[in-house]
Write a protein that binds this ligand. Structure first.
Ligand code: MP5
Length: 207
């Protein structure tokens, strides 16, 4: 049987928990996160999403035509998201040109390194990155505080459907992948899990 996205999550369950459950997120749910921590996350995540958008474009460039609809929808959502980040930063008087911190820098570098990877590897990494946020924010549920808007953005049902569509596309690509590509896709998944945990920690440790 070929590797699937669900198997990656199941085989790396402990790492995946650390990637999607973190005191930063608990602090958003409970309203105890400090503004400097939250603002660090906000600015750094904008810097991440800029590079993720380049990665999305590379993925689209290599995708089979039947995968275009889902990926083009994702790119459209990224346009909206980048605009939304700029609005959030303006509301909070944050400088989005703040340089990326090491936890963001290495994640961005990893995505850039994947630009030339085979499609199954890119499709797996792209799905994992979206799944991480869907699960992390989605677990918080509806929040009646300043962070509700953030939890809703990535935790909503429509985003969950998008993530499931990405998983189907990655599974299909993995079913036709070489053993070397499957190994690289597995490594990319584990790195995403590691760097997601590191990203929360980077924001949580701010100040
Ligand atoms: C995402 C993100 C989800 N914004 N930041 C990190 C560190 N990981 C995943 O990507 P998107 O484009 O916001 O859905």
């Amino acid at each position: 049987m070929s590797l699937t996205c669900e198997k990656l999550v199941a085989d790396n369950a402990e790492m995946w928990r650390s990637a999607t459950i973190h005191p930063f997120l608990d602090g958003c749910r409970d309203g105890t996160i400090r503004l400097d921590q939250f603002h660090t996350w906000l600015v750094q995540d904008y810097r991440f999403v800029v590079e993720f958008t380049r990665f999305a474009a590379r993925l689209l460039a290599d995708a089979p035509v039947p995968h275009f609809d889902t990926l083009l929808g994702g790119l459209q959502a990224l346009q909206d998201e980048l605009t939304w980040f700029r609005a959030k930063a303006e509301e909070r008087d944050l400088d989005l040109s703040t340089p990326p911190l090491p936890g963001c820098q290495k994640y961005n570098a990893m995505m850039a390194e994947l630009h030339d990877a085979a499609y199954p590897v890119k499709a797996t990494a792209f799905w994992a990155i979206e799944r991480a946020y869907n699960e992390a924010w989605g677990r918080l549920g509806a929040l009646d505080n300043a962070y509700g808007e953030f939890a809703e953005r990535w935790g909503n049902e429509g985003f969950g459907e998008y993530v499931r569509a990405l998983a189907l596309q990655a599974d299909e690509a993995l079913a036709n992948a070489s053993a070397d590509e499957v190994a690289r896709a597995t490594k990319a998944f584990v790195t995403v899990a590691d760097y997601e945990q590191g990203f929360w920690q980077m924001a949580f440790a701010a100040g």
